[in-house]
Ligand binder design. Structure first.
Ligand code: AMP
Length: 538
């Protein structure tokens, strides 16, 4: 027997209807790409998003079309985001930090029809435009006064484009399982993979992420999402903040300590979220200038492990609560947070920090377990490490236009992380199975560097591992076995690599060894190398 409740599809644009109706006076503030701070209300956000929807409809965009954005966190990005999703098209957020070949691959694989692009990224897109086979129109996120000359075909200033329509338009209604957002992850081997979120998964994830032991946003919060919207929905904040009726402050292109501090103070931010590298920049700025943080109450730190000194400094010196978060693009992305439980809140301060430094426990709607190589479940004893598997309504079941099953038995998704789980349910990452390095919140493929390096005269074998780095979390170390008789040097290898891989992928250092360890199947034994170079300092 079925229940007799209404079939009310979970569609993301209902979030804007709710926020406009109930929190319409709350503000969305933006440090614009052109420079000045701009502000309007959540009610106006909804009206401008409706105009985007109407203008896209006029362009002939239909359900399922992929419409790309390459943009900072701004008011315009929010309008476009909801406008696209509100007619059943798919908002494809593109990470501008990827390098040219990856970007071309992603645009063409997604078959994006229109690109909304910030002024900052025009040069990147102009250089690629010839190779973008599906993009028919470029909408530059600025007004006609700031529109520069551009070689992009069919380019128009966003504000002029939007001016041709009013907000007299109704959102579309459709099945809640309809695709809403597309975000490619390069945290896998091979080409980037498209994670395709649905309206249902985004709405559920917005609610999941706003449970009290996750972000716990309230209508009196002022939220600064520093984590980009092109990084898995700004960790849900693009949905959760308007749903809660919180004010949103969008940082635009200003990610440095000074710019962030200015917004924290002038807008009286109460909650923010970013990767450790960003917080490091802010802490340096605060300490150099002897500043404090009177308004900021809590910050989410994730994407990479939160360093102990960062948590201690923020909590002890600045009285800012740190929420250590773990997750991944395929999880929408929230997986766990390290919030204390009632029982652990009574612990001495040092033990509390130890617990909070773990990646944390799952909110309702995320399930996780650890298994051995054969898939047998391992005990939650805080010591036994295994492959970390997850499942839930906001976890991917397949990649976009990608054959092959990505799930294990009973729908478990292997995160590629190695972790233990303690008796209280706190998960701690101890290693990584996937062959990628996380630097400043972005992925570097160790395999790509190895394959490129091997082409250098004099190199017999090359292996790349991530080494802890105080600013970037991890940086690549290239380990090289020279060919017999070769004297190839660090400088020669770096010169060879220059231009063949992205600048920020360049190895931080190169070490020469006689032999690289291998597994029984002939693969490089990265675990052994990580052990050997455990305490390595650049
Ligand atoms: P992405 O899909 O780019 O968000 O990357 C997800 C991956 O980043 C995870 O599988 C982890 O390897 C890593 N990661 C994310 N958050 C954390 C964290 N708090 N601590 C350690 N690693 C993390």
């Amino acid at each position: 027997m079925l229940g007799l409740m209404q079939d009310f599809p979970l569609l993301v644009h209902t979030i804007l209807d709710h926020s406009a109706a109930n929190h319409g006076e709350r503000e969305l503030v933006t440090r614009s790409v052109e420079g000045p701070i701009k502000r309007y209300t959540l009610a106006e956000l909804r009206l401008r998003a409706l105009r985007v929807a109407k203008a896209l409809d006029k362009e002939g965009v239909v359900m399922g079309d992929r419409i790309a954005t390459m943009a900072w966190n701004t008011d315009r990005h929010m309008e476009v985001w909801y406008g696209i999703m509100g007619i059943g098209a798919i908002c494809h957020t593109i990470n501008p930090r990827l390098f040219a070949e990856q970007l071309v691959y992603i645009f063409n694989h997604a078959e994006d029809k229109i690109l909304f692009v910030d002024l900052t990224f025009l040069p990147i897109v102009e250089a690629l435009a010839d190779k973008l086979s599906s993009v028919k129109k470029y909408i530059i996120l600025t007004d006609s006064d700031h529109l520069p000359a551009t070689s992009l075909p069919n380019a128009v200033a966003y504000e002029s484009w939007l001016a041709s329509v009013d907000a007299d338009f109704a959102w579309a209604s459709f099945d809640e399982n309809t695709a809403a957002g597309l975000c490619y992850t390069s945290g896998t081997t091979g080409d980037p993979k498209g994670v395709l979120y649905s309206h249902r998964s985004n709405v559920l994830h917005g609610l999941l992420s706003n449970q009290p032991d996750v972000f716990g946003l309230k209508s009196n919060d002022v939220v600064l999402p520093i984590v980009p919207m092109f990084h898995a929905n700004a960790w849900a904040l693009a949905f959760a903040a308007p749903a809660a009726g919180a004010c949103m402050v969008m940082p635009g292109a200003g990610m440095d300590g000074k710019s962030i501090y200015e917004l924290l103070q002038s807008e009286k931010i109460t909650m923010s979220a970013a990767v450790p590298t960003v917080w490091l920049g802010l802490l340096e700025y605060l300490q150099e200038n002897n500043l404090d943080l009177p308004y900021l109450k809590r910050v989410a730190i994730g994407g990479a492990a939160c360093p102990r000194v960062m948590m201690e400094t923020l909590e002890n010196d600045f009285a800012v609560e740190v929420i250590h978060a773990w997750g991944m693009t395929e999880m929408s992305p929230i997986g766990t947070t390290g919030k204390l439980k009632f029982s652990s809140a009574q612990l001495p301060p040092a033990d509390r920090i130890n617990l909070k430094l773990k990646q944390g426990r799952t909110p309702y709607l995320v399930e996780m377990k650890i298994v051995d190589d054969e898939g047998n479940e391992l005990p939650h004893d805080g010591a036994t490490s295994g492959h970390l598997l997850v499942r839930g309504p906001c976890v991917s079941r397949a990649y976009f236009k990608h054959d092959g099953n990505i799930l294990e038995k009973d729908n478990w998704f292997d995160t590629g992380d190695i972790a233990n789980i303690d008796e209280l349910g706190y998960m701690q990452i101890t290693d990584r199975d996937k062959d990628v390095i996380k630097s400043g919140g972005e992925w570097i493929s160790s395999i790509e560097i190895e394959n490129t390096a091997i082409g250098c005269e004099g190199i017999a074998e090359a292996a790349v591992i991530g080494i802890a780095h105080p600013k970037w979390t991890e940086r690549p170390l290239l380990i090289v076995v020279r060919k017999t008789g070769s004297t190839v040097s660090t400088e020669e290898i770096l010169t060879y690599l220059n231009g063949k891989i992205a600048n920020w992928w360049m190895p931080e250092a190169i070490e020469f060894v006689d032999e690289i360890p291998h597994t029984a199947t002939g693969k490089i034994r990265k675990t052994k190398l990580r052990e050997t170079f455990g305490g390595y300092k650049f």
